[in-house]
Design a protein around this ligand. Structure first.
Ligand SMILES: Nc1nc2c(ncn2[C@@H]2O[C@H](COP(=O)(O)OP(=O)(O)OP(=O)(O)O)[C@@H](O)[C@H]2O)c(=O)[nH]1
Ligand SMILES: [Zn+2]
Length: 201
């Protein structure tokens, strides 16, 4: 069962409850003063429920299943995939935040590496959940460390939060940057090398 505090762990028990989600959307439409029985909104609760099923699909995925393909290539220098596009949902307002993630690691001395696309899949597992950007960033780094057992990992996430642009303070364009470094990437010189690769566009 997914730990409600860390939002991590094996897949949640149970499945997405389509009917319950539909009822909730219908209630929401009523609450904002709309008429869910008018023609244009008739299919909306079912549509929105299906959309949420997709948007929160990460709740039923585990990173161990994503990082299954590993190779022992003997490459023990830094591997970095940058500008991985991501869209997540802020758990405070349930509106999107989107941007990019940069994910890097220094393989174990045996050179155990994973497929490059798997790093992007790992980001998606955690992005497709109700999130805060800080937790998303550290969950990706911690999953990498746990599964690949590299000597170090770095994750940098840059996102614009719709809860800061379409409502509230209304500051479109403001970007939030979070980073998480583990293991040997905490070493200032190694960290600086990774950051220069990330920043040097
Ligand atoms: N640290 C962090 N804060 C976030 C994230 N997403 C949204 N927030 C913030 O969560 C806070 C929630 O603040 P509250 O005062 O409880 O809610 P609110 O009254 O809607 O706040 P405003 O957004 O300032 O109108 C806001 O400051 C958001 O900007 C995130 O990923 N990380
Ligand atoms: Zn928010």
């Amino acid at each position: 069962m997914i730990d409600p505090v860390t939002l991590d762990g094996p897949p949640a028990v149970g499945t997405f409850d389509q009917k319950r989600a539909e009822n909730a959307i219908r209630e929401l439409l009523l609450a904002v003063g709309e008429d869910p029985d008018r023609e244009g909104l008739l299919e909306t609760p079912a549509r929105v429920a299906r959309a949420y099923k997709e948007i929160f699909a990460g709740l039923w995925q585990v990173p161990e299943e994503v990082l299954t393909t590993t190779f022992d290539l003997g490459h023990d220098e830094m591997v970095l995939v940058k500008d991985i596009e991501l869209t997540s949902v802020c758990e405070h307002h349930l509106v999107p935040f989107r941007g990019v993630a940069h994910v890097g690691y220094i393989p174990s001395t045996s050179g155990k590496i994973t497929g490059l696309s798997k790093l992007a899949r790992l980001v998606d597992v955690y992005a497709r959940r109700p999130q805060v950007q800080e937790r998303l960033t550290s969950q990706v780094a911690d999953a990498l460390m746990r599964i690949l057992e590299p000597r170090g990992a770095i994750v940098v996430v840059e996102c614009e939060h719709m809860c800061m642009s379409m409502r509230g303070i209304r500051k479109p364009g403001a970007k939030t940057i979070t980073s998480c470094v583990r293991g040997q990437l905490r070493d200032p010189a190694t960290r600086a090398e990774a950051m220069s690769l990330i920043i040097g566009r």
